[in-house]
Design a protein around this ligand. Sequence first.
Ligand SMILES: Nc1ncnc2c1ncn2[C@@H]1O[C@H](COP(=O)(O)OP(=O)(O)OP(=O)(O)O)[C@@H](O)[C@H]1O
Ligand SMILES: [Mg+2]
Length: 366
Amino acid sequence: MSKLRVGLLFGGRSGEHEVSISSAKAIATALNAEPNASKYEILPFYIQKDGRWLGGEEPQHLLGSSVALPESPSPDHNQIVSDPQNQILSPWQSPSQVAEVDVWLPILHGPNGEDGTIQGLLTLMQTPFVGSGVLGSALGMDKIAMKMAFDQAGLPQVKYQAITRAQVWSNPCVFPKLCDEIEAVIGYPAFVKPANLGSSVGIAKVRSRQELEAALDNAATYDRRLIVEAGVVAREVECAVLGNDQPQASVVGEITYDSDFYDYETKYTAGKADLLIPAPLPDAITHQIQDMALQAFAAVDAAGLARVDFFYVEATGEVLINEINTFPGFTATSMYPQLWAHSGIPFPELVDRLIQLALERYKGES
Ligand SMILES: Nc1ncnc2c1ncn2[C@@H]1O[C@H](COP(=O)(O)OP(=O)(O)OP(=O)(O)O)[C@@H](O)[C@H]1O
Ligand SMILES: [Mg+2]
């Protein structure tokens, strides 16, 4: 039986480029181990920070090595990295090996990867791919659209207000009114966020008018769409979802840390945050979280996989949904695969299941 060729897409143009590489290395290791190795052959594609795709031996080598990738490839590097026909590829052109892929695994986080753009391209290629389609990915990326979908589904969440860059950078008479309104509706402490980033980039916790103004101005440099949320004092718990039309929820995990909130530094500095699996929660709360995770998955039309993050306000017993991630971090120590490992699905089997779910979904839709 010939092997299924799995196109591993990794790197990408988002701030989570390095996380994507770590996730891709872990997934490649899982595909290279038996029994996956007899079923699948990896065709890796590395998307450079400038958006150009690399196929062939170089990404294969990058996946296998522990060498860090060049920060941002020089123009010379792009020259070397051309198609066999010796053409320099534009960002929208793909290497010739793309035609050989049977199923795609887009291991990309954040904008240009987890937001529906790549999913649109893969849909046009008429090749199955792992994870959510255009709608689920786009809704899962934009925090405003996501919260609107959750509202419609009746999922409880913190109070929030959608804001545009144009409002923040409007004339000096309008901006104070906007801040007055935020103070009246949301109050302090509040979280100011760009709507479409990830990894806590551009997010600030604000406790005063001065901090609010600075945070809005800063967040507006990252995105046209911003969101301001009421800050809650809560435990942060996460649930993994796997499946298509009949998805399953994993055990619930908790993230603990000492910093003020789960900011970029806490997320990516070893030892600054701990994962607790399963989270020590009352059974009824665990079930409620699992149920809400499945509702959130359906609300945005997610497919294959997602990690759904919650705030558990212990003081009141409330569970509030924070967000859904349609391609969560997937390194060997990441929450998503760990939650499944604790739910009885080891990492290599999880990757196999995701590929099978991609094939199943494609068959059902074509
Ligand atoms: N309303 C809130 N109340 C309390 N803490 C919050 C609130 N919003 C965000 N936080 C803190 O900030 C962290 C990051 O916020 P959030 O999860 O919304 O963005 P993100 O992690 O950048 O998004 P993504 O998971 O897509 O990368 C949360 O994990 C939490 O620690
Ligand atoms: Mg988050």
